[in-house]
Ligand binder design. Sequence first.
Ligand code: ZN
Length: 319
Amino acid sequence: MSFQDIKGQVKAIDILKGYIAESRLAGAYLFCGAEGIGKKLAAKEVAKALNCSSSDFLLCEGCPSCLKIEKNQHPDLHIISAEESEIKIESIRQLQREIAFKPYEGKKKIFIIDDAHKMNKESQGALLKILEEPPKDSVIVLITDRPKLLFKTIISRCKTVKFLPLLRQELQEVLKKEHGLDKTQAHFLAYFSEGRLGRALRLKDTDIMREKNSLIDRFCIRAKPNIDDLAAMDKPEIRDCLNILASWYRDAYLLKAGLDHSEVINFDRKNELLSLVENSDFAELDEALNAITGSVLYLEKNINVKLMLHNLGAQLWRG
Ligand SMILES: [Zn+2]
């Protein structure tokens, strides 16, 4: 793993390389951007760059320090993540204790706070105190896809580096060339994961193609789908299923609006999509898509899921 392996983040990586080359890394960074696009990998590369024992980090082929960081075994690398969906004050207090020490064997200590928005208010308050006077031999990297949940005062004390999703075409190529996926699967994953390599890779080892096509068969092609099948699943599964159903109607809607055929998510079922487009008007497709995406949002709330799904079924298949 190296900076070159983080795909599609040329701009963010260039900024970081610039900071490292000029040794002007700030005390604290905020890496923001969608989940699964390489923020954490980049943070670990920064940790390596700051502690690498070869004369030029970019040419390092795996010095002991870089190898330890790669395996999360370096004593100066600290990764803080949520326990039970929250980063609690105790984790930040521990950071506060550790940051006061000199590095054990490296040149700089790195603290990576993953999903930093999961810090509760108490934790954010404690972190803010640390950021007011960060020790010179430490770098703190906050990683988040929801910077709005962080105190403004925290954000203003960090240098923000933005990470953007890959272009779908780029991701499709990466999935084909470097992960050996066939064209159909690479296309679906690149589009379905919206350019997020991490998400595409998580899905690649599941039976996603078969599952998504079975869902489309059962809920989009068949005349009378059985909603109870869906209602019997747990929430994360229902969310995945609804996202797949949404992709189907999004495709149809955009095809109707004149989207190029190669840009649809479910390209492998283009002909069935075209027939749906032929037989539906804009309003129907729009309504179906809104009903599904609305249900995904409701799913986050504490509601009667079964009732909601039956409602959705009634909206989608009342004909
Ligand atoms: Zn190295």
